[in-house]
Design a protein around this ligand. Structure first.
Ligand SMILES: Nc1ncnc2c1ncn2[C@@H]1O[C@H](COP(=O)(O)OP(=O)(O)OP(=O)(O)O)[C@@H](O)[C@H]1O
Length: 121
């Protein structure tokens, strides 16, 4: 089974294992459904920026049991061959910790357009 399929198939267990997020209350793997609801189906009033890699929305989602305002980057669709590279980069960014770098607080890899959630700056 392909890695992407595994992420979808087992509720993100493989990704959780890779990120070692179990017990990390500061990171969440959201369902696409949650983000669609929170963003009013990616309504244009929620857009806060447009980047080279996708559109950024300000959305309030559950992070570690707390309603938190986050910047959701809805990445442009990447082809299957780049998916693995994307996940590897996600793992690296997840482990970064620096006062000048916004913290990655969540992600959603359920759809073709993956979503990354950063603390809202
Ligand atoms: N964490 C955040 N909090 C608030 N606004 C943000 C955040 N991240 C991005 N934005 C808004 O979205 C815009 C575009 O974001 P960004 O430059 O990160 O996109 P990008 O080009 O896809 O990123 P990159 O190439 O660095 O991965 C920013 O200029 C900013 O206005």
């Amino acid at each position: 089974m392909k890695r992407k399929a595994l992420f979808q198939h087992n509720g993100g267990q493989l990704l959780k294992h890779m990120l070692k997020v179990e017990g990390n209350a500061c990171f969440t793997i959201n369902s696409r459904r949650d983000i669609v609801i929170a963003s009013c189906n990616f309504h244009k009033t929620k857009i806060v920026g447009e980047g080279a890699h996708g559109t950024i929305y300000k959305v309030t989602v559950d992070v570690g049991g707390r309603a938190t305002a986050v910047a959701v980057k809805r990445c442009k669709v990447i082809d299957e061959s780049k998916k693995e590279e994307f996940v590897q980069e996600l793992v690296i960014v997840y482990h970064l910790s620096h006062p000048n770098i916004v913290k990655l607080v969540g992600c959603c890899l359920e759809s073709e357009a993956s979503m990354l959630m950063y603390e809202f700056a």
